[in-house]
Design a protein around this ligand. Structure first.
Ligand SMILES: [Zn+2]
Length: 382
């Protein structure tokens, strides 16, 4: 392959399925890898914890790998970095500050220490050279901050690798898709666009985060009893906004779940943590002793994951002193990811049996919006 002049794209995962995103680009024998994600198995793969891309090709061409470029910190884009670390053969890993922190945490858990200078933090409007490639990060809106499309320049022309994106003028932390820069890159001439969407079958535009925040604000303000709020931990921009509303209404806030607490730590280091919450966060044990109208609990586990705080609460378990009670309101600000219906419905049933008021996308379409583009948004990107 490397003897001939060529530019090639080789997806090692993520095409035709949700998760395990990994794309390899090959320019005259130099390789770059974009993302290294996992997916989570269903009952067809019992005993499997995670699924990673098939990287035999990388092992066979280890000497040609020039760099790894990470688009954003979702599990389906970075979850496999640690598991596949040796396959990257010491190549530098380019990622944003948040993605770096999440990756470094995963590597530390696996006892992996990157070589000095191997982890490279990116910023926008820079060209990162890796062999025959030069890569620029362009900000895009998504359901996690610091998501980027990549403009990958080669002697054959430019490839735009969109990563996950949407168009949203009021995205959390002001991370708006940089359409101006994308248009400039488009005007230079683009050879190919490799786009990513789990929503392409949706004939409508994906809505904005703004109306969802407004709707959740109203719900939290009007609810009388205790509130248990569940959302994807990585979508902490939404969670912080709603926690601020709760605090404004005199509620103390407790965060249950390992992942959300890690994101809170990262947020404090990176400046995403809202100062308005500083004196309002308490632990679960303290929340258990407060009157219901004074408490807002974030519970992880929107997909009915066994052992998650939300699932355990729905089963009537004692979660660090907290137990579901009649009169509690549970808000699940998330979508049902296909394949997880059984677990999620069991959670909903559990809360209903306990006499809780439960609000999900099944009864209220306005409590969640996707981070992926619908068909008209995909056209807009092109
Ligand atoms: Zn994503």
């Amino acid at each position: 392959m490397s003897k001939h002049k060529h530019l090639a794209a080789l997806p090692l995962g993520g095409v035709g399925i949700i998760g395990t995103n990994m794309m390899v680009y090959d320019c005259d024998g130099d390789l770059i890898v974009v993302d290294a994600g996992v997916s989570f198995p269903d009952e067809s793969a019992p005993g499997t914890d995670v699924i990673v891309p098939d990287t035999r090709f990388l092992r066979e061409h280890a000497k040609q790998i020039k760099a790894i470029f990470i688009t954003h910190a979702h599990e389906d884009h970075i979850g496999a970095v640690g598991y596949l670390w040796d396959d990257f053969a010491g190549a530098p890993v380019f990622a944003s500050p948040l993605s770096q922190m999440v990756i470094q945490g995963k590597l530390a858990e696996l006892g992996i220490k990157p070589a000095k200078g191997q982890m490279r933090t990116v910023t926008t409007r820079e060209q990162y050279v890796a062999g025959n490639f030069s890569v620029e990060y362009v900000p895009v809106s998504h359901s996690i901050p610091e998501a980027f499309a990549l403009a990958i320049r080669t002697s054959y022309g430019t490839i735009v690798h969109t990563g996950d994106y949407k168009f949203d003028d009021v995205a959390p932390f002001g991370q708006i898709t940089d359409e101006k820069r994308l248009a400039e890159i488009g005007a230079e001439g683009v050879l190919a666009v490799f786009g990513d969407s789990t929503n392409v079958l949706n004939p409508k535009e994906t809505g904005s985060e703004g109306p969802v925040i407004a709707h959740l604000t109203k719900l939290v303000t009007e609810t009388k009893g205790r509130i248990i709020f569940a959302a994807f931990a990585s979508h902490f921009g939404r969670t912080f906004e709603i926690a601020k509303v709760a605090a404004k209404n005199g509620r103390k806030v407790a965060f249950l779940g390992r992942t959300i607490n890690k994101f809170i730590q990262h947020s404090k280091q990176l400046g995403y943590w809202p100062k308005e919450l500083n004196n309002w966060v308490i632990d679960a044990e303290e929340a258990a002793g407060l009157p219901p109208e004074k408490v807002f609990i974030f519970a992880s586990g929107t997909q009915g994951e066994p052992g998650s705080s939300l699932t355990r609460l729905s089963q009537g378990a004692d979660v660090r002193g907290l137990r579901i009670k009649s009169g509690d309101t549970v808000i699940m600000s998330s979508k049902m990811i296909p394949g997880n219906e059984k677990g999620i419905l069991a959670v909903i049933n559990g809360f209903a049996l306990a006499g809780a008021n439960i609000i999900t996308e099944l009864t209220d379409k306005n409590i969640h919006v996707s981070g992926h583009p619908g068909a008209p948004d995909v056209k807009r990107m092109y």
